[in-house]
Design a protein around this ligand. Sequence first.
Ligand code: NAD
Ligand code: 2ZO
Length: 451
Amino acid sequence: VPCGPVEVDQAVKAAKSAFGHWSKMSGMERARTMIEAAHIIESRREEIAEMEVVNNGKSITEARLDVDSARLCIEYYAGLASTLAGQHVQLPGGSFAYTRREPLGVCVGIGAWNYPFQIAAWKSAPALACGNSMVFKPSPVTPVTAVMLAEIYAKAGAPEGLLNVVQGGQETGSLLCHHPDVAKLSFTGSVPTGQKIMEMASKGVKPVTLELGGKSPLLIFQDSDLENAVRGALMANFLSQGQVCSNGTRVFVQRDILPEFVEEVVKRTQAIEIGDPLLESTRMGALVSRSHLDKVLSFVDQAKKEGATVMCGGEPFVPSDPKLRGGYYMTPCVLSNCTDEMTCVKEEIFGPVMSVLSFETEEEVLQRANDTTLGLAAGVFTRDVRRAHRVVEHLKAGSCFINNYNITPVEVPFGGFKMSGIGRENGQVTIEYYTQLKTVFVEMGDVDSLF
Ligand SMILES: NC(=O)c1ccc[n+]([C@@H]2O[C@H](COP(=O)([O-])OP(=O)(O)OC[C@H]3O[C@@H](n4cnc5c(N)ncnc54)[C@H](O)[C@@H]3O)[C@@H](O)[C@H]2O)c1
Ligand SMILES: C[N+](C)(C)CCCC=O
């Protein structure tokens, strides 16, 4: 049963009460609790990762990395908690002003289903480090591991209700967004839902962080190290069964190396081991739901109708193990002969489907790469250092990769340009999205009144 108005109100009240204690603690004190939470995550790594596999369907190898990213994020913001500081500004006559960086209050986090534990950590860690509390709503498709994170903070000594989890879908989310005691909304999910979140936030003039979808380009120039370019293209398309916001699904390859690139990428894609996500050898688990699998497969059908060539994959996959029959598996797909107008090139598929396009010049590929309303990520492979930086300067995307793809160290900001979002997660800058600045003027002389 999804949480309704009563439960949402209880959760916000508990978070408000926790905020009263937590926001008065020093950064060092908050950091101690957060570091303890990180230790607990480390000691329960395997258990959380296994639960994430059950929650989401991704391979255990990837689930472990997600747990590590969550822990590192909490450690990183614990480190920053004691560094929050303002500025001192000298004014005439000995007067001065100073600024204080203050927490916002009760923040709401709403998560997508593709990185359930990691998203809960990427949102709660900076929020808590800054002295806020949080009510978090995971996707109803993956409700489990965010609860584990809340339990871990509690076990680490956080005040009761500091991170509260409520369960439910759209209605529950909307109740949270409209709640008058909520100070900020941090959302990860699709563009249409992000637009609704922003609309709801506008009613209370609440700040938003929006981490939305993408249709990111990956540019592979003929002077690339081909082995690394192929590895990069696989990383850009097939993590988490292709259900990754930042995926570089429009792979532009310079004409001269196209045949060689496609041959190698197809060979490696066909070698990806699909099946039981709990097995060490598995590299691709199950998609998140039957309806999502059907949607991804229908994109492949549409691509065929529009003239793309299926070089491999794009079919339902039935594992030999009888207990896995009925799982939502598919073979990872490489589409070639794609053109810019095709649906597979224009829309976020959110599944293991790579679209390969050919290009001739740098100017041409930049224009085509930027021809989208989205701008989450982009990548370039080249050995020419000047080209790499020139291209990145012109790419309209919030997270750009040179000679790699889809790495997200928690020390660096992550987020989108254009309709891919507002604000950033990770890195030092995120402190600004979870605090407000107070300016204090201090008069040391007499009031110089005009009246
Ligand atoms: N930029 C990023 O960091 C990032 C990360 C992961 C996923 N995503 C994006 O998320 C999408 C896939 O995730 P999804 O299908 O869970 O997205 P979604 O937008 O359908 O749902 C996301 C969350 O919003 C909630 N929600 C839905 N309607 C709501 C409403 N009216 N009010 C409040 N909450 C509401 C859902 O219950 C869920 O918790 C993809 O587009 C992907 O690119 C972005
Ligand atoms: C795949 N990464 C690198 C973990 C990025 C996750 C961010 C959103 O889906």
